[in-house]
Ligand binder design. Structure first.
Ligand SMILES: Cc1cc2nc3c(=O)[nH]c(=O)nc-3n(C[C@H](O)[C@H](O)[C@H](O)COP(=O)(O)OP(=O)(O)OC[C@H]3O[C@@H](n4cnc5c(N)ncnc54)[C@H](O)[C@@H]3O)c2cc1C
Length: 390
């Protein structure tokens, strides 16, 4: 078994690290002080640097203007970006996976400009009554002339402020057996932003609440077939869950490194604090947690690159997301404890990462939903899916 990264993998990892350290890290404090509101010219400059570093649309094929990274390379990249606080990783755009399944027209009008950075999309599925259970979605799409009239309400629409179109998950004729995706331009009449609430984390973009009232789109803006909505997003969730795991890993590594250095530097009672077992053991636990998560994540990414059975990979992606997001919570909490009062200051990256990683246990399927998937898979396919090697 070859566990070495290739030269190309290492080059991408180094490039993403340089970008995170040189472009994103310097923005962390200004972003925190501005409560998540960076000036438009700063965001435009970041965008330019994303392209300069060859990181735009790294998840999409070169034929569409993306970087064509393998899954493992995407993970290496996201791990480095995840070290930056306050969701700054979100400035590196990754056009939505289902756009690849689009028609030629959709690829020309949405995917290609999104890869180049000329357009950006966001995803709207969650509603007041539909979170973990998307069958409860009330947003409906009804045939209207040659197109569709969409009515409903969507919550937590991340990065709507940075986007000019949305991928809206609606039920055709209000039928939960016909979940369907629609490409909706943000300036379409009838689409209104109701609220942009504040959240625990300071985040580079907003999470908006929107209302759609008789929003009319052409049939060519329907993404995939009627009823194919879940299928398209399920495939996307595999990558999204691995990317979350990669960010959690990056955040945990940065925090553990800061805590490790501090445990040597800080002296109390005449000793470096790491010499107290209560501190040293916390560092050991952080290291083991990180190592276990990294091994699991890289292995599943490697499997996905080899196009293993999608059902097995979906099942394992849930395990990776659960492990990594819970691990990040533990590591960030320990790192803060090792840092003492300094770890609780917003100017400290550990404090910001501590707030940042909390949502990783909630979005893209909560920890409980991941456990339900894993347990269901064990019942269906046996424990060996997780405990066996192949
Ligand atoms: C900052 C942020 C950004 C987001 N961005 C987006 C976005 O861009 N687009 C989008 O569409 N959505 C987005 N979301 C929504 C996110 O995906 C949902 O919050 C998530 O799916 C959980 O849904 P919910 O909040 O309605 O919680 P609920 O589904 O109401 O769950 C509440 C609690 O019940 C538990 N629970 C529910 N069902 C089960 C079950 N079967 N078994 C055990 N426990 C269960 C949950 O685990 C949780 O603990 C975002 C959320 C946040 C916080």
């Amino acid at each position: 078994m070859d566990l070495n990264l290739s030269d190309a993998d290492r080059e991408i990892q180094a490039r993403a690290r340089t970008f995170a350290e040189e472009v994103l890290f310097p923005l962390e404090i200004p972003l925190e002080e501005a409560h998540g509101d960076l000036p438009a010219e700063t965001l435009a400059e970041v965008k330019r640097k994303v392209v300069e570093h060859g990181l735009n649309a790294y998840n999409q094929a070169e034929e569409y203007g993306g970087q064509g990274f393998t899954i493992l390379q995407q993970i290496l990249c996201q791990e480095e970006l995840g070290k930056a606080t306050s969701g700054l990783w979100g400035t590196v755009w990754r056009p939505a996976h289902p756009l690849r399944q689009g028609t030629d027209w959709q690829i020309e009008h949405y995917l290609k400009p999104s890869c180049a950075g000329a357009r950006r999309g966001c995803f709207a599925i969650t509603e007041p009554g539909a979170g973990s259970d998307p069958r409860q979605v009330k947003t409906s799409a009804v045939k209207s002339g040659n197109g569709w009239a969409i009515n409903g309400e969507k919550w937590f629409v991340t990065a709507l402020d940075a986007s000019d179109y949305l991928i809206v998950h609606a039920h055709v004729d209000g039928d939960p057996d016909k979940p369907t995706l629609f490409l909706v331009d943000k300036d379409t009449e009838g689409l209104e932003i109701r609220r942009t609430p504040k959240f625990s984390h300071t985040y580079v973009f907003e999470h908006a609440e929107i209302v759609l009232e008789d929003v009319t789109v052409a049939d060519e803006q329907r993404l995939g077939e009627i009823g194919q909505g879940f299928e398209l997003t399920k495939e996307w969730f595999i990558e999204a869950r691995l990317e979350i795991a990669a960010r959690c890993l990056g955040a945990a590594i940065r925090a553990a490194e800061i805590a490790d250095a501090w445990a040597t530097e800080r002296h109390q009672f005449g000793h470096p604090i790491r010499e107290f077992q209560g501190v040293g053991f916390q560092i050991a636990d952080m290291a083991v947690d990180i190592m276990a998560t990294k091994s699991l994540l890289y292995r599943v990414a490697w499997e996905l690159d080899r196009e293993g059975d999608p059902k097995l990979i979906h099942a394992r992606a849930s395990a990776v997301k659960l492990q990594a997001s819970e691990m990040a919570g533990r590591v960030l909490d320990r790192a803060m404890q090792v840092l003492g009062g300094r770890g609780y200051m917003r100017e400290n990256p550990v404090e910001r990462l501590w707030r940042d990683v909390r949502v990783e246990r909630i979005w893209e399927g909560t920890s409980e939903v991941q456990r339900a998937i894993i347990e269901g898979q064990i019942r269906k396919r046996g424990l060996g899916l997780y405990s066996g090697w192949v």
